[in-house]
Design a protein around this ligand. Structure first.
Ligand code: NAP
Length: 408
């Protein structure tokens, strides 16, 4: 069977989270883009970037024109904490802060002020860890990455020297994965601080569990070793505090302080104590998960698209974070996509013999196709090479369209 695939993308560039989500200091992870480019070279694949569903083309029209429509739209809205003071300037969600430093064209104008000694990251997952590392690193370590130029400039004049990650539950409940914890030991210019007492109590509690998640004991042991390590007396630190729930952001026209409740683990449950503490900080980022953005006519539940094993309705399917919720690594999404494709194949009926998105778009629409994207890609790679970076991202919509659609 020969499949013809049209990939529709809202931005002028493909690669989704690999381009605007994966941390700039995780260059190896980004090499998965080579797989994308190999697929893009196959006959039967076409890219239609700078095309937005609901604006340039409707889902209804796509459903009628194509045999199958797969929604692989991820989850780009940050969950909200819903506490007092969230409107204060210099409080961001990871859904704003990460795409800002990764050069997403919707976020290049975000005003980030790093004129503060202490920054707080809320959440005990890998996104929180990425953000905290990027904030705590010596800016010179970021110069050889593909971090956006506008963000590098801000990091280079940053006053942030202390980054505190605050998790609401205990170390045994943290969502960090093993490689991310182990990699903390490799940070040369940052003192990593875990509270030995918090970790030891968590180890005792974890030993009493009948069943434990894979990696739990080794993760706790890695945290214990980090808590015992001699501090190098660096002027930069990354502290991980558990059992701390944010209650309120305070400040006079700008963020100045965060009030936290101290939590406890009691009979396996995390509960509020009546104690609180506060941290003075001029920057707070919450990294507490994501929700899928709306597409008109599609049903949602708990931040993801309502589906059964990837089937949404009629010939519409969903995959990735939009299907399962915002959990899982690139590999998880790959195997998940493969399952959805198997389901699609088993449900396929007689082909429609139609399908051409060109007929659905306005004749003067500036679609970026694969050759347009290759121009953008080549331009970024060349300008990166000139300054010793893997790539220098173009972060402006207008410029991306000029490079990818040069007056065709
Ligand atoms: P995550 O792993 O689900 O972590 C979210 C964190 O936010 C949890 O610690 C959660 O605590 C906390 N949280 C949720 N609601 C909260 C609230 N109201 N107040 C305080 N804390 C709250 O999500 P993520 O960090 O966004 O990562 C998403 C997925 O991408 C994960 O599967 C992650 O492993 C993956 N990822 C991987 C990498 C990598 O491999 N390097 C990098 C980035 C992301 P509770 O547990 O108490 O709910």
């Amino acid at each position: 069977m020969v499949f013809l695939i049209d990939m529709i993308e809202r931005l002028p560039t493909p690669w989704g989270l690999v381009r605007s989500g994966v941390s700039p200091d995780h260059l190896k992870t980004k090499t998965v883009a080579k797989v994308f480019e190999k697929i893009a070279k196959e006959s039967g694949f076409r890219l239609f970037a700078n095309v937005e569903i609901g604006k340039d083309v409707s889902l209804k029209d796509l459903r009628e024109a194509y045999d199958v429509v797969v929604l692989a739209i991820g989850a780009s809205r940050g969950r909200r904490l819903g506490i007092k003071g969230e409107e204060l300037p210099n409080y961001f969600s990871s859904a704003q802060f990460v795409p800002w430093y990764n050069g997403h064209p919707d976020f290049s104008e975000l005003v980030v002020n790093l004129n503060t000694e202490t920054a707080i990251v809320i959440g005990a997952g890998n996104v929180a860890m990425d953000i905290a590392r990027i904030l705590a690193r010596e800016p010179s370590e970021l110069r050889s990455t593909d971090v956006a130029e506008h963000a590098l400039e801000v990091f280079e004049s940053s006053s942030v020297r202390k980054v505190v990650i605050c998790g609401r539950r205990g170390p045994e409940h943290a969502a960090f994965t093993a490689p991310e914890i182990r990699d903390l030991a490799k940070l040369e210019n940052i003192d990593v601080k875990f509270d030995a007492e918090q970790i030891n109590s968590a180890i005792t509690r974890a030993e009493m569990l009948a069943t434990a998640e894979k990696d739990l004991h080794s993760n706790l042991e890695a945290m214990r070793l980090l808590s015992l390590r001699n501090k190098k007396k660096c002027n930069r630190s990354l502290e991980i505090r558990f059992l701390s729930s944010p209650l309120e952001f305070k400040g006079n026209g700008k963020l100045e302080e965060v009030i936290f409740a101290v939590n406890e683990v009691s009979k396996g449950r995390v509960v509020n104590s009546d104690k609180t503490f506060s941290i003075e900080a001029g920057l707070v980022i919450s990294a507490i998960g994501y929700e899928t953005q709306n597409i008109p006519g599609i049903k949602y539940e708990q931040g993801k698209i309502t589906n059964i094993a990837g089937h949404v309705e009629h010939n519409v399917y969903v995959t990735g974070w939009a299907k399962r919720g915002p959990v899982g690594l690139i590999g998880t999404n790959k195997s998940d996509a493969s399952d959805v494709v198997q389901l699609i194949i088993s449900n396929l009926k007689k082909p429609k013999n139609s399908a051409a998105i060109e007929a659905l778009l306005k004749s003067d629409h500036q679609t970026i196709d694969q050759s347009g994207w290759e121009k953008i890609n080549a331009s970024e790679l060349i300008s990166g090479e000139l300054v010793g970076k893997p790539r220098k991202k173009i972060v402006n919509w207008k410029r991306l369209l000029e490079v990818g659609f040069p007056g065709r």
